[in-house]
Design a binder for this molecule. Structure first.
Ligand code: SF4
Length: 182
């Protein structure tokens, strides 16, 4: 990929959260890649399952899929002291920040114009919390963040339809071992 070839790097957590956005952007002809950076995921087995499903969605729509490093040790260090926080608490802010920062740095290094994410697409997430972290990271890394609300514009309905149509593996917890215990 040459410098500034792509408009957007989309940070994704899994196939179910990203499929509607990926299909929509691909059909609009947006030049973008999907970035899978999720050291928060509870085990290697679960990580690989989500990664492979996300890659399958990308292949379906002809979108390039980039895998970041699976570094759970660094993630546990990041959220140390906040393990018992409830979902939407400080642990989640730190988790969002870590993943968004990696996406921003990758996007900048590879010449993407901006970055975005689907981290706030689920109704279980606080979109404002994700956006607050994205804003800080965007300023610090000096690269624009696309604040499009991916819950709107029919994407949520499309997402539900695609999960069925593609028979996507749809996990029942956010990702980390603490969200699994809920
Ligand atoms: S619940 Fe989800 S967003 Fe929150 S820390 Fe765990 S994996 Fe990250």
């Amino acid at each position: 990929m040459s410098k500034a070839e792509k408009e957007l790097l989309l940070l994704s957590c899994c196939g179910p959260c990203s499929c509607g956005v990926i299909k929509t952007l691909a059909e609009k002809g947006v030049s973008f890649s999907v970035f899978f950076f999720n050291p928060n995921i509870s085990s290697l087995e679960e990580y690989e399952k989500r990664r492979d499903e996300n890659r399958r969605v990308c292949e379906t729509y002809g979108v390039s899929f980039i895998e970041g490093e699976y570094s759970p040790k660094a993630w546990f260090e990041k959220v140390k002291g906040f393990e018992d926080d409830p979902e939407r608490g400080k642990r989640c802010s730190l988790c969002f920040e870590m993943r968004l920062r990696q996406a921003a740095l990758y996007a900048k290094a590879k010449g993407f114009q901006k970055f975005s994410s689907v981290l706030g697409i689920s109704r279980y997430k606080d979109l404002n919390q994700v956006n607050a972290e994205a804003l800080n990271v965007s300023k610090e890394c000096e690269i624009s963040y696309d604040f499009t609300n991916w819950r709107k514009g029919g994407i949520q309905e499309l997402t539900h339809a695609l999960i069925q149509e593609l028979s996507l593996y749809n996990q029942t917890y956010c990702g980390c071992v603490f969200s699994k215990k809920r």
